[in-house]
Design a protein around this ligand. Structure first.
Ligand code: PEP
Length: 261
């Protein structure tokens, strides 16, 4: 049984006081929503105050990025050692980082390994661009991104299925209002598990949570989480509205709860 999962990626939005206000607006309702793991990923500068606000709640905290070195002369970067005092999760390989900050598969691999080594749980983002989708290259891209990001990662000692979450996020669906269909997303996520089974084994592929991300809202979340392959969502824009994000978490818990009972 995989515990459903919803994460809100606030991206480069909210000042510290706006972030605190957003937490105030959702904390009680989100905390009460059971049967789904809930993670908020605010900007770095809000991690400290929000970590304090979330103490004693069931809501977890994640960062949006991380450098792979532990410390040193890397002006402006944030290390796994800094994050692990504050959060449990870290988003890695988001397509915006790949597109605007030239993150390569090799860098993503270094980051995933550094996160795991430092007891941080990566939310690893993969997904194809529009042209790749249109030319039938989705599986090729997703397979390459997965194999490279996970290269050299041992499974046994790390209990990888409990520590890693994969987010399949087709780039053309992120922030565009044009979500993939549930059927499309489920088919690719099925393929993601086939690749994970080849990299490691079928047990790990079945235990590991795989999310969909790309223009998820309270109006379309049901379409995705109704598929058994899709364990939840990585949510961008809609996670900046308390009512929306709470509804996404509630619907996920409800639909997955019904399916398992
Ligand atoms: C994201 O940032 O990971 C994302 C899926 O964004 P949006 O929900 O806004 O498309």
């Amino acid at each position: 049984m995989r515990l459903p999962f919803v994460a809100g990626n606030w991206k480069m939005n909210t000042t510290v006081s706006e972030a605190e206000q957003l937490v105030v607006e959702m904390i009680e309702r989100l905390d009460r929503t059971e049967g789904v793991e809930k993670v908020l990923c605010p900007p770095f500068v809000s991690l400290v105050p929000i970590s304090m606000m979330l103490q004693g709640s069931s809501i977890k905290l994640g960062a949006q990025n991380m450098y792979f070195e532990a410390a040193g002369a890397y002006t402006g970067e944030i290390s796994p050692l800094m994050l692990r005092e504050l959060c449990e999760f870290v988003i890695l390989g988001h397509s915006e980082r790949r597109a605007y900050f030239n993150e390569t598969d090799e860098m993503v691999n270094k980051k995933v390994r550094a996160a795991l080594k430092n007891e941080l749980k990566p939310i690893l983002c993969i997904g194809e661009r529009l042209a790749e989708n249109e030319s039938g290259k989705t599986e090729e891209v997703v397979s390459r991104q997965l194999r490279k990001a996970l290269e050299g990662i041992e499974t046994g000692a790390l209990n990888i299925a409990k520590k890693l979450v994969i987010a399949y996020e087709p780039v053309w669906a992120i922030g565009t209002g044009k979500a993939a269909s549930g059927k499309q997303a489920a088919a690719t996520i099925h393929f993601v598990r086939d690749v994970l089974a080849q990299i490691w084994n079928d047990g790990i592929a079945q235990d590991l949570r795989v999310l969909y991300g790309g223009s998820v809202t309270s109006a379309n979340i049901a379409e995705f989480v109704s598929y058994p392959e899709i364990d939840g969502a990585l949510v961008g824009g809609a996670s900046l509205k308390a009512d929306e994000f709470v509804s996404i978490a509630r619907q996920t818990a409800e639909i997955k709860g019904k399916k398992s009972s």
